[in-house]
Design a protein around this ligand. Structure first.
Ligand SMILES: [Zn+2]
Length: 270
């Protein structure tokens, strides 16, 4: 039987949400998990616990960029992995992939906040792997290509993942798709794209002022890029109980593929 290949959304909200966790997720291949972003703090540990994901099964992670709602939880991941390493419970080194700016931020945070014995695991059991635009790496049996999403706000990377089942998944971080990333994203079976709010609520949430987009925009992009399955995330949490229905309805009007608007802790079979 083939390995379980699934995506678990640990959080699905934007930076300032209070009714769900900040956007972050794991990709599972069998018993190994790859984490992307970690939300804004210690809540990442409870989200992992609620999802039933053991710290010991995390093999690596990717940090998209240095904004609070994505990078600060990574300190808690480093801390708990460092604790495992110190107790000789870590089976193999844990690798954190991110661009140079995020590497520098993580190194500084760790130096300023961690105990010496935990800090000493950096570079040994915990590897900070700086990646540049177009760099490739393999983790959890998944082939990643990391790329610059060309943010106008803060340097940010996304990735294209080649899954062991032959399908591909593109993660665009928390900003709208940029044309220059077409070669990484076009034709992917899966695309993860942010939507700050519904197009119908543009006046209320003003997504474009924050360089975010709407469910309608994400769906138009997915249609133009010939995507099979669109995952919409990094949203407002004003009407969470109805988010799935409303966002799906809006996206369906312009996208003919499958639409997923996951709630926190929801798992999607890839
Ligand atoms: Zn964000």
């Amino acid at each position: 039987m083939a390995n379980k290949l699934e995506l678990t959304m640990l959080g699905t909200g934007n930076a300032m949400v209070t009714k769900c966790y900040n956007t972050c997720f794991t990709i599972r291949n069998g018993n190994d998990y790859f984490l992307t972003d970690a939300g804004g703090g210690n809540g990442i540990l409870s989200q992992l616990e609620k999802a039933g994901i053991e710290i010991g099964s995390l093999r690596g992670m990717f940090v998209t960029h240095g904004h609070t709602d994505h990078i600060l939880g990574a300190i808690w991941i480093i801390r708990i992995i460092a604790m495992s390493a110190c107790q000789n419970k870590l089976k193999s080194p844990f690798t954190i992939y991110c661009h140079d700016e995020a590497t520098e931020m993580l190194t500084t945070f760790c130096r300023m906040t961690l105990k010496k014995k935990h800090l000493d695991t950096l570079g040994r059991q915990i590897i900070l792997q700086t990646v540049s635009d177009g760099d490739k790496a393999e983790c959890c049996g998944i082939g990643f290509t990391f790329f610059d999403i060309h943010s106008t706000k803060k340097k940010q990377f996304g990735f294209r993942a080649e899954l062991p089942n032959g399908k591909s998944l593109a993660c665009l971080g928390d900003e709208p798709f940029n044309e220059s990333c077409t070669k990484y994203v076009a034709g992917c079976e899966w695309m993860m794209h942010e939507a700050f709010c519904l197009h119908a609520d543009t006046d209320k949430f003003r997504p474009y002022e924050k360089h975010h987009s709407t469910a309608l925009d994400a769906a138009k992009t997915a249609q133009s890029l010939n995507i099979g399955n669109l995952i919409i995330y990094h949203t407002e949490d004003f009407d969470l109980p109805n988010r799935k229905t409303k966002y799906t309805e809006e996206a369906t009007s312009v996208f003919s593929g499958n639409i997923f608007v996951p709630d926190d802790l929801e798992t999607i079979q890839l």
